[in-house]
Design a protein around this ligand. Structure first.
Ligand code: 16G
Length: 169
C-alpha cells in the first residue's frame, strides 16, 4: 500500500508496515482475536451483545466464505490486545462497468491509546485497500463530531448526495 496516495498527514511519518511504534502491528482479524479483546474493543463503538466463541467462530467462517469482508485490526503486541479496528466491506455492482463499492465500517480505537494517530492509520490502511481492490468509491456514515476527522483523510460530503438514512428493525 502506498501511504503517499492518501491526503492524510502523519506526524511523525508512519505507514501500515511501519506504524511508528515497534510494538504495534496492523493485520487482518484472526480467529484467535476472540481472546485478544476484539469484541470488548467493538463495544467502545456500539452495542455488541453477548457473543460466545462458537458464534464468533461461525460468523468469522461465513465472512471468509462469502468474501468481501476485510476486518482489519491493530494489535499492541506487548500485551497481546487489539487496540484498533476497521472493516472494509465490498459490494458488487452492475453499474460503473460491474465495479465495486467499498464501505468503511465499525471503526474503533481504544480510547486509552488516543493521540497516536491510530484512527488515521487504520482508516488510511483500509481506504487504500479498497482502492487496491478496484473499488470506484468508498463510503461511510458517521456521527457529526467525526465529520472533520474523515474530511482530513479525504472523505467528502457530496452536495445534494450526503444523506444517510436508516430503517432500524
Ligand atoms: C458508525 C460506524 C458504522 C457502525 C455504526 C454502529 C464508521 C465509519 N461508522 O456509523 O460502521 O456500524 O456506527 O452504530 O465506523 P449503530 O449501532 O447505531 O448502528
Amino acid at each position: 500500500l502506498d501511504f503517499n496516495k492518501s491526503p492524510a498527514i502523519f506526524k511523525p511519518k508512519i505507514s501500515a508496515a511501519q506504524p511508528g511504534e515497534d510494538w504495534m502491528v496492523v493485520r487482518p482479524l484472526q480467529r484467535s482475536d476472540y481472546d485478544k479483546g476484539f469484541l470488548q474493543l467493538l463495544s467502545q463503538l456500539t452495542n455488541v451483545g453477548n457473543i460466545s466463541r462458537k458464534l464468533f467462530d461461525d460468523r468469522f467462517t461465513k465472512m471468509k466464505q462469502s468474501g468481501g469482508y476485510y476486518v482489519t485490526v491493530i494489535e499492541d503486541t506487548r500485551v497481546g490486545k487489539l487496540i484498533g479496528a476497521a472493516t472494509l466491506t465490498i459490494e458488487q455492482k452492475f453499474i460503473h462497468n460491474c465495479s465495486l463499492r467499498g464501505r468503511l465500517e465499525d471503526v474503533v480505537v481504544n480510547d486509552t491509546y488516543r493521540g497516536k494517530q491510530l484512527g488515521k492509520l487504520i482508516v488510511v490502511t483500509v481506504s487504500l485497500l479498497a482502492q487496491e481492490l478496484g473499488c470506484y468509491k468508498m463510503s461511510l456514515d458517521c456521527k457529526d463530531k467525526l465529520i472533520k476527522f474523515y474530511e482530513s483523510l479525504g472523505y467528502k460530503m457530496e452536495p445534494g448526495n450526503s444523506n444517510a438514512m436508516n430503517m432500524r428493525f
